[in-house]
Ligand binder design. Structure first.
Ligand code: ZN
Length: 413
């Protein structure tokens, strides 16, 4: 599927000390140093296109954008793949509810997502893959699981035995009761009659009356959600045969840790005998005015709405960086106002003839980002530099700082 337009990232044309990146790994629940590599393989789960991009999505994709920018500035290449779940129950349910064709709904929301990402200067993935176009890959992956005797039929639907992965649960660290409860809340079917285990997951759903289906060796139907990402990641990230893991980074919002990423990991491990990712990175959830932001509460704040209201996309980007990616946080109007003030001050300082020394602040920004993408510390360093510049004196190079902000933080000011 066509991605959004490319985002120009300026080259940092003078030698910078870029320490190795430290990230919080969900599997070990600890900070982990990312080994230096020439090419990183990164897979980030994309949207199900039945609602526009809300700020929670934006915060997640911004996190992986910062990660990619840091690795690129360190001289590495990032092979970045993102999917779009353009066929799944929530999409069909929303299309039914609104009386629109599911494909029309999906295309309109994918277009909106692309323009939101472009406005926020999020670097597009090298491969942007829809579930529908990936069906042959999914079928192949399911056949691989079946050849290992780990799938079974319930009526005409095919299920995968997650227990075939010896350490199933080692990513989410949840008890079985917790998993069952979350699985039920997030679209799973733990109590379905005929399952060998409550946590087994659907990999191929036979066509239902009135719903779309695709012909395949598995019968006419459509893919389950988890196997879609497993198959796309495996195909498009071309794992290094020498590596004990298939890819370097698997990412998404923290609500994907279970069941989605746990089950992708389980499928990938059974299919290949390897760990899916060397590092699992998850962005925290975003709430609004003290409440969890969710579709069911109807309190989502959409990027497109803010942009239509005339909010500067760089202010949205700055506001999302004011809290650490890993933490859950609240969005309030005050956050936006504060970001607006800080961006204005920074812009004004950058346009002054004489600014405070810039080498130190650039080093501070890089150091902060290297430490688990600590954007609050990076922005704090910029605020101190802005104050020093306003106080006068200095022989800094605002142009160089501006290039660094663009390359590393995606801020064009
Ligand atoms: Zn996914």
């Amino acid at each position: 599927m066509e991605s959004w337009g490319s985002i120009a990232v300026p080259k940092l044309n003078y030698p910078l000390q870029m320490p190795s990146l430290i990230l919080t790994d969900s599997k070990t629940q600890a900070k982990k140093l990312l080994a230096k590599k020439d090419v990183y393989r990164m897979y980030v789960c994309g949207i199900t296109p039945y609602d526009a991009t809300h700020l929670g999505h934006a915060a997640t994709y911004l996190t992986f954008d910062l990660l990619q920018r840091y690795l690129r500035a360190s001289g590495s290449t990032v092979n970045y793949v993102q999917n779009i779940t353009d066929i799944d129950d929530p999409l069909l349910e929303r299309a039914n509810r609104d009386g629109v064709d599911w494909q029309v709904l999906a295309h309109s929301q994918i277009d909106l997502f692309r323009s939101d990402m472009n406005a926020l200067r999020v670097i597009p993935p090298a491969h942007y893959i829809g579930a529908v176009e990936a069906i042959p890959l999914v079928v192949q992956a399911i056949q691989g699981l079946s050849s290992k005797g780990t799938t079974y039929l319930i009526e005409d639907d095919l299920y995968f035995e997650n227990g075939a992965c010896d350490d199933f649960g080692s990513l989410s660290h949840l008890s079985k009761a917790e998993m069952e409860s979350i699985f039920a809340q997030r679209g799973g079917d733990p109590t379905l009659v005929g399952k060998k285990d409550s946590l087994d997951c659907l990999v191929w759903m036979a066509q239902r009356p009135g719903e779309p289906g695709w012909d395949s060796e598995l019968g006419t139907g459509r893919p389950g959600w988890h196997i879609e990402c497993t198959a796309i990641a495996y195909q498009y990230l071309v794992p290094d045969p020498e590596s004990p893991e298939l890819i370097d980074i698997q990412g998404g919002g923290s609500d994907l840790i279970f069941p989605h990423h746990e089950m992708c990991r389980s499928q990938a491990t059974v299919l290949t005998g390897k760990e899916l990712a060397s590092t699992y990175v998850h962005a925290g959830m975003l709430g609004l005015d003290g409440e969890k932001m969710s579709k069911s509460k109807g309190n989502l704040v959409f990027v497109s709405t803010l942009l239509a209201e005339g909010v500067d996309p760089m202010v949205i980007r700055y506001a999302l960086m004011m809290e650490h990616y890993h933490r859950d946080r609240m969005w309030t109007n005050d956050v936006l106002l504060q970001a607006n003030q800080e961006v204005n001050k920074l812009r004004a300082a950058l346009s002054m003839d004489h600014v405070a020394p810039t080498e130190t602040v650039i080093a501070e920004v890089i150091h902060a980002l290297s430490n688990d993408l600590d954007t609050p510390a990076a922005l704090h360093a910029l605020q101190s530099w802005t104050i020093k510049s306003q106080e006068g004196s200095g022989d800094g190079d605002a142009t160089t700082l501006r290039i660094c902000l663009d390359a590393l933080l995606g801020l064009v000011l």
